[in-house]
Design a protein around this ligand. Sequence first.
Ligand SMILES: NC(=O)c1ccc[n+]([C@@H]2O[C@H](COP(=O)([O-])OP(=O)(O)OC[C@H]3O[C@@H](n4cnc5c(N)ncnc54)[C@H](OP(=O)(O)O)[C@@H]3O)[C@@H](O)[C@H]2O)c1
Length: 345
Amino acid sequence: MGIEQQSGAGERLVSASGLAGTTMRAAVQHCYGPPSALQSSEVAIPAPGRGDVLVQVGAASVHLGDYFVMTGEPYVVRLVFGLRRPRNGIPGRDLAGVVAAVGKDVTALRPGDEVFGWSTAGTLAEYACVPADNLVPVPADVSVGDAATMPTSAMTALQALRKIANVQPGQTVLVTGASGGVGSFAVQIAKAFGAEVTGVCSTRNVDLVRSLGADHVVDYTKTDFTRAEKRYDVILDNVEAQPLAAVRRALTPTGTLIPNSGRGGRWLGPIGRIVTARVLSGFTRQQLKPFTSVGKRQDLLTLADLLTTGQVTPVIDRTYPLDEAADALRYIAAGHTRGKVVITV
Ligand SMILES: NC(=O)c1ccc[n+]([C@@H]2O[C@H](COP(=O)([O-])OP(=O)(O)OC[C@H]3O[C@@H](n4cnc5c(N)ncnc54)[C@H](OP(=O)(O)O)[C@@H]3O)[C@@H](O)[C@H]2O)c1
């Protein structure tokens, strides 16, 4: 039976089951810092605004960007997330779970619906406030754990391959970091687009990357793809282990290279490399296109379709309980993730 609540924002909320209380468990940070700065705390359940949905989080996933925001490094992230301390004390962006309550203006979702999506208000918690437009239904027969892996990493892979590189059937696509969060989705999505896909990974991940559908696998511990004969129409370089000039050698004369590593210096992160690629792009027929992925509901619906048809199956490396979120972020930062890391709530 539905109950009505009055939110702090004065909005009428409708909840299917009622909330267990007014507080929730969350991973909380009061200042920028290493994972040890994260504390498991009891905080107030957030109150959704008119267009928001309160989601009872079933699973959240973490990625390198969450680590950057938690540590406040590269420092440039502080311009967006808070100069002295994180504006929002709960990390995490991706989630899947059940609608617990909806704001007054939300008509497309009802309490009890299973949804997945992204929120900038923090998802490493029992509840998260999410704009309704950032959520889509979890497809039938897909677990919340699998759905939670998708929003940032799979959307980045999709946008890189579809919007930025416009991958066409028959094109040759090379993905570095093919065993990572973005790469494991990129291999599968490029295959779904009909491309001939080469994945670059280490020896221990060769079988994994092949199982994702890669036509060819390059073990980077044995072979340097930039020194081989083969040229690619599209390179999605999630690692940027080699200099831009070397990677361009592996690109066709009019091919598209997407340098996509977020790692870099302490102050500006990858910005120097991004500027270099953009400037160089003006002097060559090759397309050098670093980009920043943007959350788009339509893309999430495309990803939901790819999940439903089985063209994309998330790889889950490790699962951590909410109280061990700090360990999950530590693991992500080490850079050896195989697929995605999920926090179960
Ligand atoms: N443009 C955007 O908006 C956007 C959005 C999201 C993420 N990103 C960026 O995308 C990049 C990839 O993210 P991710 O989540 O997939 O995690 P990641 O931590 O960068 O990638 C981990 C994977 O890369 C493999 N790897 C390490 N060195 C390699 C090398 N030299 N060649 C090939 N593979 C190598 C690792 O396996 P081994 O250790 O076994 O080799 C591991 O499986 C990140 O730098 C992130 O910042 C960009």
